[in-house]
Write a protein that binds this ligand. Structure first.
Ligand code: AMP
Ligand code: ZN
Length: 492
């Protein structure tokens, strides 16, 4: 089965096919770094992480970008409101940069704790002002924007398919959003690309006077800059822009943020912005979205302080499928903790069998049964990242291991096969202890004796292989032949 994903743009499950063979470009909307990033946000980032790992396991090179919003995200959707960064900076008696650096650092620490792989780059909005100005200028010149007293608005009437992502007509969008009446705008849904506000602390010079960028601009600019060759010459070349494969965010990003990004990018380049739009359903607390502004959130540290491991948080956030709302409860976290420890316990048990039963013959049929679990795991992921089903195959491996162990038919080889399958799955879910380093991290002499012995066995030079076995035994090791090659253990 090929890989299928629910695409908000087409409103159906589409077969995934990247623009360029073997490469996937992926942009995940990053956090506004004005408060601690909470585990609701991390639901979106854990999903992006397992999606990236799944694509990598399928052999793609994934070019991933996660931005950091450090200016321009306003408290209200369409009105001026107040910049979240500046409001929080004032309350914490910090400069906007000190504030965003503080929460960015914590974001990086928590990402490591949750085992989230780093993207190519974490670009910041404040470091891309020239590019924003250039794109806004282009939108003004090609008739998609207008300037009122130094604030530049996007003219949604110039983009007839505005609303295509959220699937709503402009009238429905007005009815459903918190539109603030602004006499400067031609249409209530027109949104600011560049804002003139003398009270704003962060200001940059532009052709329209001093100001700062609207929130949506940064993602149009940074995705084009880092995922396409559009800025290869230093300035925007729309001929070189190409469609980005994947763009994701929590479902609250869908409107207005992503709708506006499409209008900006497609208005500027005349090309399709993104092929696959993915939206992660919210993590909710007592019926409401876990959110920074509501204050009903837990950070990774809050939960660690309550004795919950980051691995359990990771497991819990990934185990509900991303297209389902997820309820935050401590019971879910406790059962995630149990599942993490059960699967790590399985590794311990398999290691014990690998050490203790080197000469028991391999159990017939086990290899095929394990392969079937791996195939089941992969096909669950192919099915729109059905993680809850995928994880069930890891537990099926455990059931098989226990069944064979109880009947005395689990050989070292069989245990190694199960362990191999479990770690292949773990390349996606990543909640297991890291496997012991090759040969237990033994020194170079020992490691080279092992490597030489593996070569001798491959070349069927058995005298030499025996000689090397004795050399290892003399140095205090037991030597075991496995499918993956020579395994050694220090004699007790
Ligand atoms: P923000 O910092 O508010 O821009 O959010 C950063 C990312 O987290 C965005 O992609 C949001 O859509 C996502 N997000 C925010 N709250 C939640 C939640 N409760 N559940 C899932 N994703 C969320
Ligand atoms: Zn964004």
């Amino acid at each position: 089965m090929s890989f299928h994903l629910y695409n908000t743009l087409t409103k159906r499950v589409d077969e995934f096919s990247p623009l360029h063979e073997g490469i996937v470009t992926m942009y995940n909307c990053g956090p506004t770094v004005y408060k601690s990033i909470h585990i609701g946000n991390y639901r979106s980032y854990v999903f992006a992480d397992i999606l990236r790992r799944k694509l990598e396991a399928d052999g793609y090179e994934v070019r991933q970008i996660i931005n950091l919003t450090d200016v321009g995200h306003m408290g209200t959707d369409f009105g001026r409101g107040e910049d979240k960064i500046e409001k929080a900076a004032r309350e914490e008696h910090l400069t906007p940069y000190e504030l965003s650096n503080k929460y960015t650092e914590q974001f990086f620490i928590d990402r490591k704790r949750l085992r989230l792989k780093d993207p190519l780059l974490y670009p910041r909005a404040t470091e891309h002002i020239d590019e924003v100005i250039e794109m806004v200028d282009l939108l003004l010149k090609n008739g998609h924007a207008y300037n009122v007293n130094g604030t530049v608005y996007y003219d949604i009437a110039s983009m007839p398919d505005y609303g295509k992502l959220s699937g709503n007509s402009v009238d429905e969008l007005i009815a459903g959003s918190r539109v603030v009446v602004d006499p400067n705008k031609r249409h209530p849904l027109d949104f600011a690309l560049w804002i003139n506000d003398p009270k704003h602390v962060l200001q940059w010079q532009s052709p329209w006077g001093s100001g700062y960028p609207g929130w949506h601009m940064e993602c149009s600019v940074m995705s084009a800059k880092y995922l396409t060759p559009a800025y290869a010459s230093g300035t925007l070349d729309i001929e070189k822009f190409h469609t980005i494969d994947i763009h994701s965010g929590g479902e609250d990003n869908l409107f207005p943020h992503h709708e506006c990004e499409i209008a900006q990018s497609e208005g500027a380049t005349g090309k399709k912005f993104v092929n696959y739009w993915l939206h992660i359903k919210h993590l909710i607390v007592e019926g409401r979205k876990m959110s920074k502004s509501e204050g009903n959130f837990y950070t990774v540290q809050d939960l660690v302080d309550k004795g919950i491991s980051p691995r359990a948080i990771r497991y819990s956030l990934m185990s509900t499928n991303y297209r389902q709302l997820m309820n935050f409860t401590f019971d879910t976290l406790k059962s995630a903790e149990k599942n993490v420890s059960t699967l790590n316990g399985l590794v311990g048990m398999l290691d014990a069998v690998i050490t203790a039963r080197p000469n028991v013959p391999s159990d017939s049929g086990l290899e095929d049964a394990v392969a079937a679990q791996r195939a089941g795991f992969n096909s669950a992921l192919d099915d729109n990242m059905n993680m809850s089903r995928a994880l069930s195959y890891a537990f099926e491996l455990r059931r098989m291991a226990l069944e064979h162990a109880r009947s005395g038919s689990l050989s070292a080889e069989g245990a190694a096969t199960i362990k191999g399958a479990l770690y292949a799955m773990n390349s996606i879910f990543d909640i297991l202890d890291d496997p012991a380093p090759a040969n237990g991290g033994y020194d170079e002499e020992i490691a080279s004796l092992v490597a030489l012995r593996d070569q001798a066995r491959k070349d069927k030079v058995y005298d030499e292989a025996d000689r090397l076995r004795h050399a290892l035994e003399e140095r205090g090791f037991t030597v075991q032949d496995t499918k993956e090659g020579t395994k050694i253990h220090r004699k007790q």
